[in-house]
Design a protein around this ligand. Structure first.
Ligand code: BG6
Length: 500
């Protein structure tokens, strides 16, 4: 196992994702007796207070679970100001002492869940401790949370700082979408089924839609989000990662660098965005006040910490083209936004209609075949095909083969962070972003941001609780298409009925 040195141990991410993931891994036996955690942050507190904080994060304040005691005894805390030499020395001493007591044999993971401005100084301080190089029988890995830069230039700077201290195989750039079960499943669905891969190209696929909709607003992250916006926050990483998995060529083997090489080829094949394309094929939006369910919510500009005249986008919809032999001409529509009607993430692959549909003249109901990979909150696979309705009329109706993996109470899908932490422990970077992936996606995003600078949008342009600005629908309607509804059955039924 290993010693985790967590920078940002009092932060929101640690609290919401990392401690619960570690606890779940402990319960499953994925962490053993040689696991220990050193939390590092500025806040002054003792180990006991830190353990209490971890207990709160995992709902274990009453110490009810018998394995909690042995888990919590592995959490230690160091209050440090890493601009001070004394703190750096204290960090080094503490790491070495813990490594000895927990017999971690020089296996250490530096986990950076801190504000981007602190990445470079912390990395430099790690170097000053001299502990960035693992002993010959151990390892030293560094995990970097997003945002990995703000644009290509800042990402390049950050990367240079990292590379001065760590080698690329030591660096694990997190994109937590890659740890989600159904995102991992996209390649399994493609490459483990004779049914889909032969059809997975421009001859049979009409369009692909990738949606990540959130009903939450900016929450308490305004200071970060104001500078980021939806394009940098979601498209540069999560949406483009999903697109590459859908569009990539099959690698010769399921090996880390072979998979990453194929993903990079997709990023290279993405059509670049000039100003004309940005105007025609990129829609941005910002939410105004509205209602989500039965709750009234304020507009983005009224959120705490947000500039009342903010021009930050909270919604993006855009069309990508992968200009290669397999995908030439097939639109990949992507959209994401905050404060939308409902939460849901899915990938929809719509297949072309038959060239000579025997049934079409008799029945206008003939729908396109559609594969929906449901990422969350429902995790599943939904395949829509046409079938004869029982009766003597020969009426054709769309029917769904609908598999929901998290509807089964016996299936306990691991949280994305459990999978990713396990990968780091096992030294498998496949589900992490390689530098060239990050660089290529930033350069694409930069061109959109530059084109946006030249135009002033009119905000707010969608109400909280809606599905985003109307222009996002027009993006598809011009090609005679529609966004496939999000995950509720009621919506899907409605869509099928309205199409008939
Ligand atoms: C993060 C973004 O990367 O992903 C957030 O910074 C967003 O703004 C979050 O809310 C969405 O992740 P999930 O797992 O809740 O879909």
């Amino acid at each position: 196992m290993a010693l985790f040195v967590l920078f940002g141990s009092t932060g929101d991410l640690a609290q919401r994702k990392l401690y619960p993931a570690l606890w779940s891994m402990w319960q499953k036996g994925q962490l053993d007796d040689t696991f220990a955690m050193l939390g590092v942050a500025r806040k002054a507190q003792e180990d006991a207070a830190f353990r209490h904080q971890v207990a709160q994060a995992i709902g274990m304040e009453d110490n009810a679970d018998p394995s909690w005691a042995s888990f919590s005894q592995r959490f230690f805390y160091l209050s440090a100001d890493l601009t001070q030499q004394a703190s750096i020395q204290a960090l080094r001493d503490r790491i070495l002492t813990l490594e000895e007591s927990f017999h971690t044999q020089g296996r250490r993971i530096f986990y950076l869940a801190i504000a981007p401005a602190l990445f470079a100084p912390v990395v430099q301080q790690i170097r000053t401790t001299g502990l960035h190089q693992a002993p010959s029988d151990g390892f030293c890995r560094v995990v970097i949370e997003k945002p990995f830069g703000y644009d290509l230039a800042s990402a390049t700077d950050l990367n240079q700082t990292l590379r001065e201290v760590f080698d690329e195989p030591q660096i694990y750039r997190i994109d937590h979408y890659l740890g989600k079960e159904m995102v991992q499943n996209t390649t399994a669905i493609r490459f483990a089924n004779g049914l889909f891969e032969p059809l997975w190209n421009r001859h049979y696929v009409d369009n692909v839609q990738i949606t990540v909709a959130e009903s939450v607003g900016v929450e308490d992250r305004a200071s970060y989000y104001e500078k980021a916006g939806a394009l940098r926050d979601m498209v540069q990483n999560h949406l483009l990662q999903m697109l590459t998995l859908i569009a990539m060529e099959p690698p010769a083997h399921l090996q880390t660098e072979e998979i990453r090489d194929e993903k990079v080829k997709v990023l290279r094949a993405l059509r670049s965005f000039d100003r004309g394309r940005v105007t025609r094929e990129v829609v941005r939006g910002q939410y105004g006040p509205g209602r989500i369910g039965d709750k009234e919510v304020v507009g983005y500009r009224q959120e705490q910490g947000v500039d009342p005249a903010s021009m930050t986008e909270t919604f993006v919809a855009l069309t990508f083209y992968v200009d290669n032999e397999r995908w030439a001409g097939v639109p990949f529509y992507a959209r994401t936004g905050k404060r939308l009607k409902e939460q849901g993430a899915q990938i929809v692959v719509t297949f072309r209609p038959l060239a000579h549909p025997l049934y079409k003249p008799r029945d206008a109901n003939l729908a396109e075949n559609r594969l929906v990979i449901r990422i969350q909150p429902i995790e599943g696979i939904y395949l829509e095909i046409n079938s004869k309705q029982p009766g003597q009329e020969e009426r054709i109706v769309p029917v769904a083969l609908d598999y929901c993996q998290n509807c089964d109470p016996l299936v306990n899908t691991p949280q994305a962070y459990e999978t990713l932490i396990l990968d780091v422990l096992q030294g498998d970077p496949t589900r992490f972003t390689r530098w060239d992936e990050a660089a290529l996606s930033w350069s694409l995003i930069d061109t959109i941001e530059e084109a946006w600078q030249a135009q002033t949008p009119f905000y707010p342009n969608y109400a909280a609780g809606s599905l985003g600005p109307a222009e996002a629908d027009l993006l598809l309607e011009s090609g005679g298409r529609r966004w496939w509804p999000l995950n509720t059955r009621a919506d899907v039924d409605l869509f099928v009925r309205s199409a008939s």
